[in-house]
Design a protein around this ligand. Structure first.
Ligand code: HSE
Length: 429
């Protein structure tokens, strides 16, 4: 056997503790598979005196992750602290400068600084890998960079925030409001410390930007992701979407179009009987489409100790085996700067509105849609014994978002709709 691969782990939360457990409990398996022992030499975290359910006494302790990253007895720096800047970025940069390989689970840091960090790592001749940053235990980075490396990727889609999928599916199964399920998710500890990262689509948007870079050979462009969260989804949307054969998902879609790189993370309707439509609870799903392979669907746990530690170990084991793959699947200098598509590819839309229940109201809505060039595919008015407004649902034919916005402005101008209609894109999956 050759020299051990010596890990320095910064961040001993759920994922860090999970990695320590695998290294300790699977030592023989890891050594047999990689041909060398994989060991931990030093660790770092904010609090030292805390029971994490793992033995840490045998490792050197550093209060400062930057000092840990520079230690002579660390070959591979494992960054599991999180946060786009601050100690995570400082320690990652210190590790690269000291000639150490880096494995990180930090989607925010890579979505914002990934291009610079990848270029710096390449210039220093070290690896920077991030399997655990996207869709937890699903080996999606490896699938894209290695398994599908002979394909031109045509589209990447995914439900990549388990908390949002939990909220949306629980609203449906229990018939609860968004606020009630949000509180429940909070009590269960599912939400990030800043819940906007989850429900605002930011966490999933970071993940989509990372996948786009690999899929389309472009620099990471998180600012180019059109983001919309799930905060405005009402029980009525969930129920009526189901009634029309759809499910609502916080869906990420990335594709290269003639107008540029389209990256969207937003609530979408998908057919209830599609793999994405059937995805329940906190699970993630990533759909990859390549010109040679067609469509593949990857499904699994997007968070949690075991699944995320499993993904971290995938990168650790590649490095232990001497497998070197560029951070984004090709040299950082060869990634091109994407032009954001600006507008979304045309699609059908679901519209829900409360119409004043008086003669001619529906005709005015139909006229506003027609004048904007938006054609109606299906329409339903629900029973409404007590209200003065009637709940109306319309599914349009394929249209541009611009035409739809013109129609929505036209509907607002008629004065027959209470409030702004809800409009949700229907994605062909
Ligand atoms: N908060 C994320 C989720 C997990 O709910 O999927 C970490 O990215």
């Amino acid at each position: 056997m050759t020299d051990p691969l010596r890990l320095g782990i910064a961040g001993l939360g759920t994922v860090g503790a999970g990695v320590v457990k695998i290294v300790q409990r699977k030592a023989n398996l890891l050594a047999m598979r990689s041909g060398r022992p994989v060991v931990i030499t030093a660790v770092s975290a904010r609090t030292r005196d805390k029971d994490r359910g793992v033995r840490l006494g045998e490792y050197a302790w550093e209060d400062d992750p930057v000092v840990l990253a520079r230690r002579d007895d660390v070959d591979l720096f494992v960054e599991l602290m999180g946060g786009s800047d601050g100690p995570a970025k400082a320690a990652t940069e210190a590790a690269i400068a000291a000639g150490k390989d880096v494995v990180t689970a930090n989607k925010a840091m890579l979505a914002i600084h990934g291009q610079d960090l990848a270029a710096t790592a390449e210039a220093a001749g070290v690896a920077l890998r991030f399997e655990a940053a996207v869709a937890g235990g699903i080996p999606v980075i490896k699938s894209l960079t290695e398994g599908l490396s002979g394909n031109e990727i045509t589209r990447v889609m995914g439900v990549m925030n388990g908390t949002c999928n939990y909220i949306l599916t629980r609203m449906q199964s229990a018939g609860l409001s968004y606020d009630a399920v949000f509180r429940e998710a909070h009590e269960l500890g599912y939400l990030e410390a800043d819940p906007t990262l989850d429900v605002g689509g930011i966490d999933a948007g970071h993940k989509l930007a990372l996948l786009s870079a690999i899929a389309f050979g472009t620099e990471v462009d998180f600012a180019g992701v059109q983001l919309e969260g799930i905060e405005r989804i009402a029980s009525a949307d969930i129920e009526q979407a189901a009634d029309m054969g759809f499910r609502i998902k916080l869906l990420g879609v990335a594709q290269m179009t003639g107008r540029g790189l389209e990256q969207r993370m937003s609530p979408c309707l998908v057919p209830a009987d599609s793999p994405l439509g059937q995805l329940e609870g906190g699970t993630n799903m990533v759909v990859l489409e390549g010109d040679a392979v067609g469509q593949i669907v990857l499904r699994g746990a997007g968070a949690g100790e075991g699944p995320t530690a499993s993904a971290v170990m995938s990168d650790v084991m590649d490095i232990a085996r001497g497998i070197r793959v560029s951070t984004f699947g090709q040299p950082a200098g060869s990634l091109t700067r994407p032009t954001p598509a600006g507008t979304a590819t045309p699609a059908p839309y679901y519209l829900r509105m409360a119409l004043q229940d008086k003669p001619g109201a529906l005709a005015k809505v139909a006229t506003a849609l027609g004048e904007a060039g938006v054609s109606i595919d299906r329409m339903r008015q629900y029973q409404h014994s007590h209200e003065t407004t009637a709940p109306v649902l319309i599914v349009t034919h394929k249209t541009t978002r611009e035409a739809l916005d013109k129609a929505l402005a036209g509907i607002a101008g008629t004065g027959v709709a209470d409030g702004r209609p809800v409009a949700i894109r229907i994605e062909a999956v």
